[in-house]
Design a protein around this ligand. Sequence first.
Ligand SMILES: Cc1ncc(COP(=O)(O)O)c(C=O)c1O
Length: 419
Amino acid sequence: MTDSTERWGKPVCVPGDEDRDQERGSGGCLAGSMADVGIYMDNAASSFPKPEAVIEAMADFLRNVGGSSGRGAYRKALEADKIVFRARQAVARLLGVADVSRVVFTANATESLNLAIKGLLSPGDHVVTTSMEHNAVWRPLKAVERRRGVTISQASCAHDGTLDPADIEALLRPNTRLIVMTHASNVTGTLMPVAEAAAIARARGIPLLVDCAQTAGVHPIDIERLGLDLVAFTGHKGLMGPTGTGGLYVRGGLDLVPLKDGGTGGDSMLEHQPEWLPDRFEAGTLNVCGIAGLGAGVRFVLEEGVERIREKEAGLLRRLLDGLSEIPGLEVYGPRDPARQVAVVSLNVRGVPAEEVASRLDREYGIMVRAGLHCAPCAHRTIGTIQRGAVRISLGYFNTEGDVDRCVEALAGIARAAG
Ligand SMILES: Cc1ncc(COP(=O)(O)O)c(C=O)c1O
């Protein structure tokens, strides 16, 4: 099965785009005009548009700074250090972390999850996960199963993706070394009981790794209050940053084997990777340009407020779910309740392949969504769509009620035509 994104050509421009641009009420904070792109509803893949401040921060770095962080004492290198430190500080503040050095920058959530999983698990260990995970969790787990003899237990989630935390507890064994779970599904948006899992993990002294790829920036996360041990995040979704950015929070006292070894700028005489964070896990020149954009994205989120972002997205989601519920011939997956999910909805139109629905939404209505398995076959198996996949609509902070109404009308038209 191919994802519809692979087949997309140039996005279409739909009449009325300019009006919607105004309706977005972004106060000029957005980079570029939405008029060129139609209606973007694939924010679970990557958020778009980005705040203007993100583009400015990256352009400013490339134009005026250009230095490598941690690699010099001259002005430009120090400026690069400051950019990285400020970004780390912003992430730490957003995610509820007091010690900013515990926030490690990576290329994306996938790298963070690989670092945590491969850095922690050894031959003979057992790991517990859920049936709603993205391949960014599932494949590293399968890799350590094959290469290190780690055993995996998967807690079965319900058809709407929800998980009973007792099912995690029931799977724990004396050799369980890690619990890993997503905070919200990238297929159904379902929010997972992370606080309950953290309490179970803490009581048993087992580290809990949470994949916050779908929640960082759009749902409140308070790492230290929840007592999370490892938290993977990506920069290019809810944090509004560019692709190629992400990170991992590592609790103090928890040691991981680094994924990569190499230069860190300081302490060059050491023959081994330094023990201290973040250097231990940040070998090689950092993506300072990307981190400049990420820092600006996170500061945008902090200024707007995660609660406000969540509230706006929940309102749009409510409108979308209400509209979808009126359309005969649709199957909508997930909790269908904004209080229990992020603004991601998967669906199928009876009698029409998911790829065709996505392609028609794009070609005929200028609405960009993604069809297929969304890199999450486990989740699709759980909700019963492993054979046909689904159409995923993922809303973002810059979508409008008008966007949602047009999407509902478009789907009603496609469903009507299918009879
Ligand atoms: C739940 C979840 N985990 C992990 C990832 C991987 O994120 P990245 O592609 O930034 O590594 C994604 C991306 O779609 C995701 O949705």
